[in-house]
Design a binder for this molecule. Sequence first.
Ligand code: C2E
Ligand code: CA
Ligand code: CA
Length: 734
Amino acid sequence: MTEGSKPPIRNLEETDRTSNLLSGALDGNASVLRPLIVVILIYVIQLFAVLGFTAMSRDKAVAANENARVEAFLDAHLDEASTTLNAVAPIFAELAITRHESQPYDIPAHLLDALSQRHLASQAFLFSPSGDALAQEAIPSERPGVTDQEIRSRIRSMASISNYTETAVSDIVNIGGEVFLLSTRAIPCSGFTMPCSVASVGHLDETIASQMEDFWQVSSFGVSTIEPTGKSTEFAPIQNLSNETIGWFHWKSRHQGPTVLNTIMPWLSLLTTGVLIMCWLVWRRGLKISAQVLQSQQEAKHSALHDPLTGLANRTLMNARLEEALNQLGRQDKGFALHIIDLDRFKNVNDTLGHQAGDELIQEAAARLTSVCRNGDTVARLGGDEFAIIQLGVANPSSAARLSRRAIEQLANVYQIANSDVFISGSIGVAIAETNESSIQELVRQADIALYRAKGAGRNQFCFFEKEMDSALQERSAIEKDLRIALENNELTVAFQPQVSADGLHIRGMEALVRWNHETRGVVPPSVFVPVAEETGLIRQLGAFVMRSSFSTARKWPDITMAVNVSAGELHHQDYASSVIALAREMGVQTDQIELEITETVLLENSNRVTRTIKALKAAGFRIALDDFGTGYSSLSYLRRHQVDKLKIDQSFVSSIGVREDAGAVVQAIIHLGEALGLSVTAEGVETETQRAALKARGCAYLQGYLFSRPIREDQIPDLIRMFDQRGKKRGAA
Ligand code: C2E
Ligand code: CA
Ligand code: CA
């Protein structure tokens, strides 16, 4: 098959259905991708949330860290204060020694400077054991200082003083609502039995704050004796050595969350954009792939449902459409028709012109069938040369008949194939579905039966299914069953009918005719069971039986020609000729005594095998008679090609002699034809003397019919011969 030779076949509604399917599947694809994208978006949102949360906990961690640092700072500061005081204590001791008892003296400025720088002290005091302030000095400041009384009352309780240890102790104190850092220690003083004490005091104020801000990178650092509130403020308690809270440091934490977010945000945005672009690409690719998948699915589906040669629906799709049509039946008042179409004698085209030509013819036939259908109808190829049409909206049988008729006309037109004109025809069986009670199988069966009937009635026609056909079919299968048994049990017999000379006096030959007397059916005529045998293949067995019987009879009367009927089905068998030749040899029959009667239609088939078989039989010496001549497409070329020896004028012409005017002319034409081709001619079914005389007058050489004898049993042949002999002698004497 070539692509170019494909017929333009309408794809009845196919495109619509396909596009619907396609869009449906694309929706399906989107419904798969959509959740995917949503999942990715949720993922991105989660990422943001996690980052935000991380930033916030980072803030908390920073705050906690700041807290710890502030505490550490305070501890360090207290230590530093003590250390400094220890360091300067000897100088104070000297001061105490050189003091003037009555008037306090100045603490040298450099000493105070050292104290101030080292631990932010702004004032220093030297107390006698009795608590008199021997000296005191202050760095000039805008803030009011503390008085020696206030300091004295505080340092009394401090460990180094109460225990007279010469180590500085520092603590936090609240004096007048302000927080101070106070260091003190005992120092030995000459001139006093008890040690003196020295103290330095510093105000925990903005100076510290600025140090903290710079050093710890916090802002709004401050000290308060009232507990700070407010969410944005971090604070840490300032506790003295007895763990009493004296005040609070408070500051604004340097929140890192926003910084973190600010750093990450561009990257995150970039990442998100990337993810979204990827989503989009995946989506697009998904759409593309699914469209491709869909297309190949569609193609696979198409080839699963269509015949590759013609592009028509195949049996599967036809069944689906039938199902659909049956389901629709209840809903509308119109029925539908199923036409099953079989090309007549298509096999010949294949045999004579080759398969390529056969394919072309099938394609052309498919196109022609499609051309007679309406949109919405389904044209299917069921295989080989069998087609079907589902015709929708059939209101009455006449519209189905119209379609069938058009199809038959179309099929019968000449086909231009392989550079030659080819003629074939089609037979159609039609079943009409009007109620949805019917089933697909039943419809197909009905159409098949009708097709069978159309073929039986001579092909090139259509036939509607009728209920009676069913019973006829059942009868046929019953006959088939019985015939099989009859063949096995040797219940068949052969009768012989003489063929006589035109004057009716001499037996020239015999025709062997099969007989079946069934025990319950009675006599079954060959016209009933021979076709059944032909269809079921039993004809080979039947033919072999008749051949053997007639050979056996022929051997007994070697001077009488024996005519044996041969069916088309037998001639189609490859080994037919050899088996008949072998049988003749086996039975010792001269082949030229045997005349094989074949019908015109066998020759019309133009089958190579049949031609070969006939040729082989002819070559072996058998003679060929053309039976029922005149009923088919009598063609000169067939007669020539097959070297036929005899024509048998069909009895329909003989019985018309004297009844129909033209009958005589036809008979005459056949006789002339025989003469012209050098063939002998036998007239069948001669029943009356008038017919005999007319045939004789027209030059017909041999006659056969009830006028001379009905078919008789073999054992009756001697009597018949005797009778003819006597008749002959009588005539001769007369
Ligand atoms: P056919 O070959 O044309 O056989 C002639 C038929 O005409 C026979 O019918 C015969 O009985 C009948 N006949 C003979 N003379 C007259 C007559 O004067 N008037 C009428 N009305 N009929 C006459 P039969 O035996 O019923 O056979 C019918 C057909 O069955 C045969 O037609 C032949 O085609 C087929 N047939 C019979 N025997 C065989 C057989 O052994 N093999 C095959 N393949 N076909 C057979
Ligand atoms: Ca015959
Ligand atoms: Ca005949």
